[in-house]
Ligand binder design. Structure first.
Ligand SMILES: NC(=O)c1ccc[n+]([C@@H]2O[C@H](COP(=O)([O-])OP(=O)(O)OC[C@H]3O[C@@H](n4cnc5c(N)ncnc54)[C@H](O)[C@@H]3O)[C@@H](O)[C@H]2O)c1
Ligand SMILES: [Zn+2]
Length: 345
């Protein structure tokens, strides 16, 4: 069971008083050190800081070496604690490093990006990218505490906010029409009360993960938008001039996959159009050439969600009703991608 998400910094003090750790380490990147660490430092003044470079390129084995080395240099015992203070890169990396150091020390997540608050910090998936493949190496281990406070969003770039927002839209699409409507009727830049919306997303993700922690079935629905999304992400990975954030790729992935849903599961065209309009208004267009369409298709064939030669998707019957392991054929997928391309002209 994933831990209950706490919101108050007093809960951190309480947790640390209840658990007498030998040593406390805080893992940060340069941005979270600059913008977020001072709040935690007040609560844990004697913690040892471990800093890694910001960005997805740090989510790899060499960075693990650096962090393990720091833990070892400071003689971290099995009763040390690692606090992951950052976005999803930090919680994925830190969770993996902690779970493997001396066969596992405790870690907690204090997410500082919207994406980490509503998604990456919950559910226990930890790990690193390997040989160009995302999240290739890793474990599912639950943090001892998740402390989510929207105060950190004040310094997060608007584009990062929108990236995280896509995962919230995903939660609405797969689980809750009313929540989706609430998300689509606000102006993202003007949101003041983040706590309510974030909590709703956390509840949806937790409810799904707790029913299927190791992703044997139901948890797969959280991958809605991600089959196409990951393929788009990989496609753009080589293109340094035109970086695509994870949530942006997922946003367009959801557009393509809801289009597929209209063809395969009778998803309402009206709902598709409304969703598509919202994405088009809030996310920059993804430009795909015919060559890219073929490239995306090849990447899709490598997706670990596939069984044999079939390409599996999470598709929607209606908003709030997702089905997993729905296979689609090559023509249908290419048509859907070409439609996305035309949409984005
Ligand atoms: N484990 C899971 O279930 C899960 C789920 C979704 C995504 N992920 C992973 O999460 C990662 C993406 O997460 P992300 O979008 O948070 O990326 P990230 O951790 O790289 O953070 C994005 C950027 O924002 C900066 N940042 C973070 N918090 C900030 C703040 N409060 N103020 C200013 N800058 C801040 C970071 O330094 C970084 O430059 C990917 O590696 C993805 O695979 C994991
Ligand atoms: Zn995602």
């Amino acid at each position: 069971m994933s831990p209950v998400v706490k919101n108050n910094f007093d809960d951190l003090t309480l947790f640390l008083n209840e658990n007498k750790y030998d040593q406390i380490f805080v893992l940060v990147d340069q941005n979270t050190k600059l913008h977020c660490y001072s709040l935690i430092e007040q609560i844990v003044p004697n913690a040892l800081l471990i800093e890694v470079e910001a960005g997805e390129k740090s989510k790899q084995i060499n960075t693990c070496f650096q962090v393990w080395e720091q833990l070892s240099l400071h003689l971290a015992s099995r009763h040390a604690l690692l606090i992951n203070l950052g976005g999803g890169m930090i919680s994925d990396l830190g969770g993996f490093v902690a779970s493997t150091y001396k066969r596992g020390i405790d870690f907690i997540n204090i997410p500082t990006s919207l994406l980490a608050m509503v998604d990456a910090s919950i559910g226990g998936k930890t790990g690193i990218d390997f040989q160009g493949i995302k999240n290739m190496i890793g474990l599912i281990v639950q943090p001892k505490l998740i402390l989510t406070n929207p105060i950190f969003l004040k310094t997060l770039a608007p584009r990062q906010i929108r990236s995280g927002y896509a995962e919230m839209l995903k939660h609405g699409m797969i689980a809750d029409r009313k929540y989706l409507q609430a998300l689509m009727t606000v102006n993202i830049e003007e949101i003041e009360d983040w706590a309510f919306l974030i909590q709703k997303s956390i509840d949806i993700k937790k409810r799904i993960v707790d029913q299927d922690p190791t992703e044997q079935g139901l948890r797969k629905i959280l991958n809605f938008g991600h089959s196409i999304g990951h393929a788009l992400e990989s496609c753009f990975l080589e293109d340094t001039a035109d970086e695509l954030f994870h949530g942006e790729a997922v946003a367009w992935g959801m557009v393509v996959e809801s289009f597929l849903s209209t063809k395969v599961l009778g998803f309402q065209l009206n709902d598709f159009s409304q969703f598509y309009n919202f994405i088009q208004k809030n996310y920059s267009a993804v430009k795909l050439s015919t060559v890219d369409v073929n490239k995306v298709f090849v990447l899709l064939q490598q997706d670990k969600k596939n069984t044999g030669s079939l390409i599996n998707f999470v598709l929607l019957q209606e908003i709030g009703k997702a089905q997993f392991d729905i296979s689609c054929n090559e023509d249908l997928i290419k048509d859907a991608l070409k439609t996305l391309y035309q949409f984005n002209q």
